[in-house]
Design a protein around this ligand. Structure first.
Ligand code: C2E
Ligand code: CA
Ligand code: CA
Length: 299
């Protein structure tokens, strides 16, 4: 049955591709099951938006010098009716693969802008960071989509930050540079996400109109425990200083990490040490409590 064999081979290859580069995959019967699961997930995801199963949580970003909450990163959550909370690391690659990230990403942007507006009206003028997928950046209408959304919600461009990974500008460098320049000239700030995990090429950094470097949490996790991770973190902080970029540490979980990063001159941080990503109401409570605590400590 050559057809069946060919089909299996094709499906096996597809699975290997979805798992990222440099993966190989043996064909086994359980792959049939895995493929059916994927298809089901894809199908469920296509309805998640209209069924209101998606929501955003916000993780505070702290200025380490002033100990004030200066912004928040918006992170997507999918509450699946049967599977429960599906992690974004699992479903975002699926959405990128079938293109639905374009629609989902636009929804994320709308929600983040609505929230930014609500908070500004309540006297909390926070900058909201939104993750922008490489697939979104490749869309020809992306610049107009983003600027149009800000305008519709009456949000000053400076209130929005976009987080992009290095891999997202690699496929078509000049196109990505042009788009990011336009967004940046309009006042939107740009951050390189997961810095240090990709190619971290200085050529890209020089060409990109970025303001922030986010040190990936994998380096912060073993900061002060693993010498190599400590050195990488130091290097990124120094690089930020010499290129005049603000460095953000993500995944800060302990007081020791916070102390070290502050001493070392890292400007911003986010992580469980301060707070997990929160629903908007809990976020507001957190900010209030966090700022009160600082006032108390200073008196
Ligand atoms: P990311 O952009 O690198 O986001 C940081 C991740 O670290 C988040 O995981 C966050 O919840 C987690 N985190 C924060 N503080 C700590 C900490 O102290 N310790 C540890 N161990 N983890 C911490 P999350 O929310 O599961 O998101 C995973 C990834 O999914 C994100 O990684 C991002 O790449 C992607 N993602 C999430 N929301 C969106 C979205 O709206 N659009 C796109 N394109 N991607 C998104
Ligand atoms: Ca991010
Ligand atoms: Ca990261």
């Amino acid at each position: 049955q050559p057809d069946r064999l060919l089909q299996s081979a094709e499906q096996t290859m597809m699975l290997a591709k979805q798992k990222g580069r440099d993966h190989f995959q043996f064909y086994v019967a359980s792959i049939d099951q895995e493929i059916r699961d994927r298809k089901q997930l894809e199908n469920d995801l296509s309805k998640a938006l209209s069924l209101n199963q998606l929501h955003l949580v916000y993780q505070p970003q702290i200025n380490l010098e002033t100990k004030r909450v200066i912004g928040a990163e918006a992170l997507l959550r999918w509450e699946h009716p049967v599977r429960g909370l599906v992690p974004p690391d699992y479903f975002i690659p699926v959405a990128e693969n079938n293109g639905s990230i374009v629609e989902i990403g636009q929804w994320v942007l709308e929600q983040a802008c609505l929230q930014a507006k609500l908070w500004a009206d309540k006297g909390l003028p926070l900058r909201i960071a939104v993750n922008l997928s490489a697939v979104q950046l490749r869309q020809s209408t992306i610049v107009d989509d983003i600027l149009g959304t800000l305008k519709r919600h009456d949000i000053p461009a400076g209130r929005l930050e976009l987080e992009v990974t290095e891999t997202s500008f690699m496929t078509n460098l000049s196109d990505a540079v042009a788009k990011l320049h336009t967004l940046n000239r309009a006042g939107i700030s740009l951050a390189v996400d997961d810095f240090g995990t990709g190619y971290s090429s200085l050529t890209y950094l020089k060409k990109m109109p970025v303001q922030h470097l986010k040190i990936d949490k994998q380096f912060i996790r073993d900061l002060l425990v693993n010498e190599e991770d400590t050195r990488i973190t130091n290097t990124i902080i120094d690089l930020g200083r010499s290129l005049n970029l603000t460095v953000v540490a993500e995944g800060v979980e302990t007081a020791e990490q916070e102390y070290y990063l502050t001493q070392r001159g890292c400007k911003l941080a986010q992580g469980y040490f301060f707070s997990k990503p929160l629903r908007p109401a809990d976020f507001e409570t957190f900010v209030q409590g966090f700022h009160e605590k600082i006032v108390e400590n200073n008196t």
